[in-house]
Write a protein that binds this ligand. Structure first.
Ligand code: AMP
Length: 307
């Protein structure tokens, strides 16, 4: 049982209307690994960092069953850096700066020990790198999940189209789904996107939950209404980590199985936003997660008489 995770491991600087962080550890693959390792182990990480990336962060992940053989450390170079500022609604944000650094010429190498994984989680990263990982796998994983963002739609659409043809599940947010499909209606957008390759599509809508599409089926999982949202950075990746981690533990890749997985993804993402960076994810216990999943069940559970 294992999941391969590919994505950025990075430094982020975040501004919200309520506070500002210094340079903190982030990156799509960092959040995915913290999240997925609650449900399955090992998580087999593929990424690249500079000599400036704290060794203790890698050690903490390793202690949770995240394998680091596929993480390249470029001692004399700098890690990927991203900075963003959230708007008042905390759902939308502007990228202030992206320094690719080691990610700019990253050539992933899939270690032999990673071959045979059931799930490949392609976190947000250049589509060329994502494609290279797919091509290095000797046996196609049972499930390939892709996360991407508008940045790659703007700069690498041809490669992104190639990756889309190879994946089973695509995770995007609502504005990215609209950009990718050139459709406003999310139902139409889903139809167009599923023609591009993925059989399942998850559209994340931040504090408004997530939609799962498959053929003509649709399912909706809410987001938990929270008292305080401190920092939404990484919520999408945390969702992705919970989604694939849970699926790897159940091995049920049907529409029904994915319905549960998006509830789990939403539950774990709701923790991520409560503190800056990965802080909250590092504190989580199994009973915290169980309690929150139960809150989700109660949130949408109702009896109604037909009129
Ligand atoms: P999310 O809030 O889930 O969309 O993910 C935020 C994380 O994505 C941050 O920790 C960033 O380091 C990382 N990130 C932002 N832009 C990129 C990019 N172009 N490529 C890879 N990772 C990125």
């Amino acid at each position: 049982m294992s999941v391969i995770v590919v994505g950025s491991m990075a430094f982020d600087a975040i501004e919200t209307p309520f506070g500002k962080s210094n340079k903190i550890v982030g990156g799509a693959a960092t959040y995915i690994a913290w999240s997925a390792s609650n449900f399955t182990r090992p998580v087999q990480q593929i990424s690249v960092v500079g000599g400036d990336f704290p060794q203790e962060e890698l050690d903490m992940l390793e202690a949770r069953g995240v394998q680091m053989e596929g993480v390249q450390i470029k001692k004399d170079r700098k890690s990927f850096f991203w900075s963003g500022r959230y708007h008042m609604d905390m759902n939308t944000r502007d990228t202030l700066e992206t320094q690719l650094n080691v990610l700019g010429d990253f050539e992933p190498i899939v270690p032999d020990s990673y071959q045979g994984a059931d799930i490949l989680m392609l976190g947000n990263l250049s589509p060329a790198v994502q494609l290279s990982v797919i091509e290095q796998l000797k046996k196609r994983p049972k499930l390939i999940v892709l996360d991407t963002m508008n940045f790659w739609m703007d700069t690498a659409m041809t490669e992104l189209e190639k990756v889309l043809q190879e994946v089973d599940v695509l995770l995007v947010n609502d504005s990215e789904a609209r950009q990718l499909s050139a459709q406003y209606s999310l139902v139409r957008a889903a139809r167009e996107i599923m023609k591009m390759g993925p059989k399942f599509l998850v559209i994340k809508k931040g504090e408004h939950g997530a939609l799962l599409f498959h053929g003509d089926h649709v399912f909706f999982a809410p987001a938990l209404p929270l008292d305080e949202v401190f920092d939404p950075t990484g919520a999408g990746d945390t969702f992705a980590g919970g989604f694939v981690g849970y699926l790897d533990s159940t091995k049920d890749f049907s529409f029904e199985g994915m319905k549960s997985a998006i509830v789990i993804g939403s539950a774990i993402a709701s923790f991520c936003v409560e503190k800056f960076g990965t802080t909250r994810l590092k504190e989580l216990t199994k009973s915290n997660i169980d309690e929150r999943v139960q809150q989700f069940v109660e949130l949408v559970n109702f009896d109604i008489a037909l009129v």
